[in-house]
Design a protein around this ligand. Structure first.
Ligand SMILES: O=P(O)(O)OC[C@H]1O[C@H](OP(=O)(O)OP(=O)(O)O)[C@H](O)[C@@H]1O
Ligand SMILES: O=c1cc[nH]c(=O)[nH]1
Ligand SMILES: [Mg+2]
Length: 214
């Protein structure tokens, strides 16, 4: 699997704000949005273009536009924090949704929402979720997308654990990973270490539904 680690200085400064336990929810959200823009920018580097004839104030010339914007798929909740930033980079993108919460004891993802187009066979897909820990949530999402025919999927995650990266690589699914960091590992609660804690809670506060208790 192709893994791109975006260790640009400006990306690392945003990631540091996100990791810092002293950062407020507002500071965390702002840093996450800025880092999301950088990761989407890099993830979009090889998207095909088509020519767009235009006139400058001086002469006709050839411009470019995306041949087909990727479908953005945030994994709710934490992935929602990245959507506006991703759409600011790719304004014509459409958005599908997958909702999932890890069971705190088993660490298995418990899906509670799936809103995706039926046919993704001709569609590039960007899955966005800040955290790739065991990889369970991402794998579940990737399977939903691959089952709809997608053959070109990019997982955009801010912090990844080696176990999650390995799970994706061994899945055989048509996915590549764009991430800002591959951290040391997981603790006994399957949180990424050093990580940044619970991304959903740091964005939005505690989760009030009991989906993960199923
Ligand atoms: O790789 P995994 O071990 O599956 O863990 C990663 C998942 O955990 C987090 O979501 P969480 O379940 O905390 O839900 P939330 O976004 O609602 O907080 C995160 O946003 C990923 O979706
Ligand atoms: O470290 C982790 C692992 C899973 N989900 C998070 O939000 N953080
Ligand atoms: Mg969470």
């Amino acid at each position: 699997m192709d893994v791109t680690v975006i260790d640009h200085p400006l990306a690392l400064s945003r990631l540091t704000t996100m990791r810092d336990e002293r950062s407020s929810n507002a500071q965390f959200r702002a840093a996450l949005k800025e880092l999301a823009q950088m990761l989407v920018y890099e993830a979009a580097r090889d998207l095909p273009l088509e020519d767009l004839p235009i006139n400058t104030p001086l002469v006709p010339t050839t411009g470019y536009r995306l041949l087909q914007p990727p479908l953005l798929v945030p994994v709710i909740r934490a992935g929602l924090g990245m959507v506006d930033a991703a759409m600011s980079m790719i304004p014509d993108a459409q958005v599908g949704f997958v909702g999932m919460a890890r069971n705190e004891e088993t660490h298995q993802p418990v899906p509670y929402l799936e809103a995706l187009p039926d046919d993704l066979s001709d569609q590039t897909v960007f899955v966005i979720d800040p955290m790739l820990a065991t990889g369970g949530s991402m794998l579940h999402t990737l399977r939903l997308i691959a089952d709809r025919g997608a053959r070109d999927i990019t997982a955009i995650c801010m912090v990844s654990a080696p176990r999650g990266v390995q799970a994706l690589a061994e899945s055989g699914l048509p996915v590549r990973l764009v991430t800002a960091a591959v951290d040391d590992g997981l603790n006994e609660d399957a949180y990424i270490v050093p990580g940044l804690g619970d991304a959903g809670d740091r964005l939005y506060g505690p989760r009030y539904n009991d989906a993960s208790a199923q």
